[in-house]
Design a protein around this ligand. Structure first.
Ligand code: MN
Length: 285
């Protein structure tokens, strides 16, 4: 199943290139007493809502996905987790480029630890990236996004994928500079997720997916998640040793080689096998 948020916060089901309004299914969400339980309510209840989403989507003809403005398929994560330097060829290019390494020494992925991006940075492809600081370099990092489906604490690698709701295309945008990474990656609109969530049952092996990013027809990043140093199972188990993962939490799994700067007017065309494609425009402030 492919689920999305679009337009003016409509819930959508994507079938054969058309987006069907499934917002009526939200009536089946349980009431949320304050304080709200941790986790994105839609993702928490996605399995139970599934038949209602299908039923609601059956009621309308659908809109061509090319005409739809996609928001992030997760609206309320408790956190957006980043995996640093998870492809060897990206480590090689980072060592060669002072702009990327700043003053840090690149060590093994797991020695660096995970990092967090602010939830307020999260947007969908239809909202686009707004480049901050015209005098500083903003880079694209094309990544596989994992969306957690159920609470995970100290899970084993073997059981890790049972805790996944689905996958989406992620962009871990970053301002280059000496400041702490979490600051440089938390600028408004610097966390893109889209265009929809593909539920885990449709992705047989998340560690074997082609991913690519092109700007103006020029391919900048082109790799396969098989090249990740720490694979999806290992990332989830690793993260769940440090903090509880809640439904809707987003993990950006690391970027392959080819990161580079963007400028207003650029459109980032991103594709991942089995998920789809999205075009993300870059604007100025
Ligand atoms: Mn990244």
């Amino acid at each position: 199943m492919r689920v999305c948020w679009y337009g003016d916060h409509r819930l959508g089901l994507v079938r054969d290139g058309a987006v069907h309004d499934a917002s009526a299914a939200l009536d089946h969400l349980p009431p949320l007493p304050y304080p709200w339980p941790k986790g994105d309510p839609l993702i928490t209840h996605l399995d139970k809502l599934r038949p209602h989403i299908e039923e609601a989507a059956d009621q309308g003809a659908g809109t061509d996905a090319a005409e739809v403005r996609f928001l992030s398929p997760v609206q309320a994560p408790t956190k957006i987790i980043g995996v640093p330097v998870n492809y060897q060829k990206h480590i090689d290019e980072a060592i060669a480029d002072d702009e990327i390494t700043t003053e840090r020494v690149i060590r093994h992925t797991m020695d660096q630890g995970l990092f967090l991006k602010a939830n307020s940075a999260l947007v969908g492809p239809g909202e686009g990236v707004r480049r901050r600081f015209a005098d500083l370099r903003t880079d694209h990092e094309m990544e596989l996004g994992i969306v957690i489906g159920r609470q995970a604490a100290n899970v084993s690698e073997k059981d890790a994928l049972d805790h996944v709701a689905g996958y989406a295309i992620a962009l871990d945008m970053v301002v280059r500079g000496p400041e702490d990474r979490s600051l440089r990656k938390s600028v408004d609109s610097y966390a893109v997720l889209g265009p929809w969530l593909v539920t885990a049952d449709e992705i047989a092996d998340p560690d074997r997916l082609d991913l690519s990013l092109a700007i103006g027809g020029e391919t900048r990043q082109d790799s396969n998640t098989a090249n990740m140093i720490v694979n999806c199972r290992q990332i989830i188990a690793w993260a769940s040793r440090w903090y509880t993962l809640w439904p809707g939490d987003i993990i950006m799994t690391g970027t392959p080689e080819g990161v580079g700067p963007v400028k207003p007017g650029d459109v980032m065309h991103c594709e991942i096998d089995g998920i789809g494609a999205m075009d993300v425009p870059v604007g100025g402030e």
